[in-house]
Design a protein around this ligand. Structure first.
Ligand SMILES: Cc1cc2nc3c(=O)[nH]c(=O)nc-3n(C[C@H](O)[C@H](O)[C@H](O)COP(=O)(O)OP(=O)(O)OC[C@H]3O[C@@H](n4cnc5c(N)ncnc54)[C@H](O)[C@@H]3O)c2cc1C
Length: 538
């Protein structure tokens, strides 16, 4: 006999996206259950680079300071190095300051940070546990589902007691990563480059590695050899932990036969004190699910899109899914979300998935010359010339891979059914540059209201109607219409001339996820229709 657990929302998978989504629901007092097949311990590091938008979400969740504390030390530079070996020749470098050494960012209250999932996931677990409405259940594996009337009936397995568990949920969110069985069972295919690259990832401890060579600290080091191979070393904690990457199908196919010590020592340019902690293999793909929703089941994070890690877009794109879906699920469960609100998730997020995945694809496919460079490591005039040519090539293409403010902050919800387009032309959508705008669908821009308080901090629970300037129209009618539909809304008046200019219009309506829903210099003619439009009312 199994008892059925009832929950409005079941999240499958306690990776960073499932955990963050649970926190997003938890802080809105929305009940949810997260099931995770593993014991939650991370044995091998994956994502490290958190972009400014992810940091804004973590700020909203109240843990951004903790992430900074537990991540890479603030004085560790984010530099990217291109070398033949660590003790050999430098080919190029892209200087990026440490997050502690920069002047305040003009585009976000937060800067990109380096905090590996080894520390990020436990912070999110602790956060989830602080919310009474969130239940985390480890060693519980999702097995199958069926939709019945207005419920999804999930069969799972408690792996500790080896007993089946039945869960009845209004909605299931598949956050179970690239190996998702939920999406596969529902027959949703992925499109894109399914076989982009094959890798071995070597987790290694090398205390104060920078003291073993002359090139200084770097967040990311690429080793380029005579045959055109690119290997890499990612600083995980800025102290002693690294991930060394060896790419090639031959290594992936037969990992046990690979002399990892030899390749690591070669890249270092000789012996350095180190200890190999673990080796895994992984295949890079640049693919996006054909659908982000099937009935009452939604896909988010790696279950919906997977990309090559160059550029660090994977976790960050998933966090955007979480941001978009969190308030819509809460609104639906709480009863103020309209019938079409959840439909907008796929319309808004799938294009962002396609955009970011194509950027990641370009990063690792187009920007690298894999032809051989026989002289590259030689201390001869030919060697120097080969390195100069390579430097020029790297500096013309690689900065886009590591300077990604446009990807992080410039995504927008074009053509969304719950955004009121105003016919203004779109701002440029580039990988590196972010152009602040309140054009509907865009992220409402950052500006400091006072020390420590950003405009971004105003958003996150209900809608916020910004009145900008002393002459902004009285917007009581809009607030009243939203209240009539039980939609949470707050009106905030800002008169700082810089913010008034930045926000472009006198009235800007911002959604709970911080994206602009509507803007105008005059009051909306039909405030109730506006409320219905942006809450997905039919
Ligand atoms: C080498 C490498 C480096 C990377 N670096 C970066 C980076 O710097 N920045 C970045 O943004 N991204 C990076 N990524 C990508 C990033 O790791 C992923 O995008 C991110 O982990 C996805 O999170 P997720 O929560 O969607 O899925 P996952 O982290 O894969 O979590 C899914 C969870 O679901 C669980 N699960 C699976 N099946 C079931 C089931 N049947 N029942 C219950 N639980 C289940 C799994 O055990 C797992 O815990 C990197 C990836 C790799 C491989």
């Amino acid at each position: 006999m199994t008892t059925t657990i009832e929950t409005p929302i079941l999240i499958v998978g306690a990776g960073p996206i499932g955990l963050a989504l649970a926190a997003e629901l938890g802080r809105r007092d929305v009940p949810c259950l997260v099931i995770e097949q593993s014991d939650g311990v991370i044995y091998h590091p994956r994502a490290t680079a958190l972009n400014a938008r992810t940091m804004e979400f973590l700020r909203r969740l109240g843990v951004s300071e903790r992430v900074k504390q537990d991540g890479t030390p603030p004085d560790f530079p984010h530099n990217v190095l291109y070398v033949t070996t660590l003790k050999g020749n430098e080919i190029a470098r892209i200087e990026r300051p440490s997050h502690g050494a920069r002047t305040p960012s003009p585009i976000s209250p937060e800067r990109p940070q380096r905090c590996n999932q080894l520390w990020l996931d436990p912070i999110l677990v602790e956060l989830d546990k602080s919310f009474p409405s969130v239940t985390l259940r480890y060693r519980c594996r999702y097995d199958s589902l069926k939709e019945e009337n207005d419920k999804v009936i999930v069969t799972a397995m408690d792996l500790t007691t080896e007993t089946p568990v039945t869960i009845a949920a209004r909605y299931v969110i598949d956050c179970s990563g690239s190996h998702t069985s939920v999406r596969r069972q529902l027959g949703i295919a992925m499109t894109g480059a399914a076989d982009a690259e094959h890798h071995l990832s070597v987790f290694v401890r090398a205390p104060e590695l920078w003291k073993q060579h002359e090139k200084g600290k770097a967040a990311l080091t690429f080793f380029i050899d005579e045959k055109g191979n690119w290997r890499n070393l990612v600083a995980i904690d800025g102290r002693e932990l690294y991930r060394f990457g060896i790419s090639g199908k031959e290594f992936y196919d037969n990992p046990d036969a690979v002399d990892v010590e030899k390749y690591f020592t070669e890249a270092m340019g000789g012996d350095v004190p180190h200890e190999i902690l673990s080796v895994i293999r992984w295949a890079a793909r640049d693919i996006v699910a054909e659908k982000y929703r099937v009935g009452r089941v939604f896909f988010a994070g790696d279950a919906a899109h997977q990309n090559h890690p160059s550029g660090g877009f994977g976790l960050n794109t998933g966090m955007g899914d979480m941001d978009n879906l969190g308030w819509k699920l809460a609104a639906t469960v709480q009863g103020w979300g309209g019938a079409a609100l959840l439909d907008s998730y796929e319309v808004e997020r799938r294009p962002v998935g396609l955009r970011n995945i194509s950027q990641a694809f370009n990063n690792h496919i187009d920007n690298r010359d894999r032809v051989s460079h026989p002289d590259i490591a030689k201390d001869t005039p030919d060697g120097a010339a080969a390195r100069t040519r390579m430097r020029e090539q790297i500096l013309s293409s690689q900065p886009a891979m590591v300077l990604t403010d446009g990807v992080a902050l410039g995504y927008r919800y074009e053509g969304s059914p719950i955004v009121c387009a105003d016919g203004t032309p779109a701002t440029a959508d580039t990988i590196s540059l972010y152009e602040p705008t309140t054009r509907p669908g865009s992220r409402a821009p950052h500006a400091w209201i006072k020390e420590g308080q950003s405009t971004v901090d105003l958003f996150g629970k209900g809608f916020v109607l910004l009145r900008l300037g002393d002459d902004a129209p009285d917007a009581a009618a809009i607030e009243q219409a939203f209240r009539q539909r039980q939609v949470p809304i707050e009106t905030v008046t800002l008169t700082n001339p810089d913010i008034v200019k930045l926000y472009e219009k006198k009235l800007v309506l911002v959604r709970p996820d911080g994206h602009v829903a509507w803007r105008s210099d005059t009051l909306h003619q039909d405030p109730l229709a506006l409320a219905d439009h942006v809450r997905g009312g039919v």
